[in-house]
Design a protein around this ligand. Structure first.
Ligand code: PGA
Length: 246
């Protein structure tokens, strides 16, 4: 049985006062469902010290361990600050910073070398979906972004259709199921059945308390990567509970 994972991506949101929300989430969290919050890098160390049973992650890391890379953060630094996960290849990184599948693969390797689990994001644009290219895009991103050596512990894959992120638009449950079943089959083929079955697959894009139940009922959905609705305990706790009840 895969342990379900409710992951929150705070993106570029959150000053120290936001840690009160994390504390409220931590107090409400019974621990049956795994919960992860990825705050901005500036808050990782403080977040880790108040998170209780909630895991803390970064939102990106450099592929190198150290060196002349002004402004970047290495996987070792995240680990040292108390992180156990890092989100990699989020569509906002791919778009805003031109990250390629190859970049994401190198970063994933760096995360693993540092002892972090990687949450690798894939997802199609609206024009790609309208051209019926979704599965080809996902196949290409999985093949290119994932290094050899994945395990159920070091890898989580998040399916995040770009057109659903922050828009309030959500794919139908059939569309989510089609992609998640497809990703499961691809992972089993590439990494073997045992590993392929143990990697958790998250759905991300406009997950809210009001739609969480139906999304978590979809086959091969092992949790969610949540942006906006992970900022406040009042929104995120019901999503964690919906996942626990699914
Ligand atoms: P959203 O973001 O929940 O605000 O749509 C999801 C994400 O980008 O991870």
């Amino acid at each position: 049985m895969r342990r379900k994972l409710a992951a929150g991506n705070w993106k570029m949101n959150g000053l120290a006062a936001a840690l009160d929300e994390l504390k409220a989430m931590s107090e409400a969290n019974g621990g049956e469902t795994e919960v992860l919050i990825c705050p901005p890098a500036t808050l990782v160390a403080q977040a880790a010290s108040v998170a209780g049973k909630i895991a803390i992650g970064g939102q990106d890391c450099h592929a190198k361990t150290s060196g002349a890379h002004t402004g970047d953060v290495s996987a070792d630094m995240l680990k040292d600050a108390g992180a156990s996960y890092v989100i990699l290849g989020h569509s906002e990184r791919r778009t805003d910073h031109g990250e390629t599948d190859e970049d994401v693969r190198a970063k994933t390797r760096a995360a693993w070398d540092a002892g972090l689990s990687a949450v690798v994001c894939v997802g199609e644009s609206l024009s790609q979906r309208e051209a019926s290219n979704t599965l080809d895009i996902i196949a290409g991103q999985l093949a290119g972004s994932l290094p050899d050596g994945a395990t159920g512990h070091n890898l989580v894959v998040a399916y995040e259709p770009i057109w659903a992120i922050g828009t309030g638009k959500v794919p139908t449950t059939d569309q989510i199921g089609e992609v998640h079943d497809f990703m499961r089959a691809k992972l089993e083929k590439r990494f073997g059945e045992g590993v392929g079955r143990s990697v958790r697959l998250l759905y991300g894009g406009s997950v809210k308390p009001g739609n969480a139940d139906e999304i978590f009922a979809v086959s091969n959905v092992d949790g969610a990567l949540v942006g906006g609705a992970s900022l406040k305990a009042a929104d995120f706790v019901p999503i964690i509970e919906a996942l626990g009840a699914s």
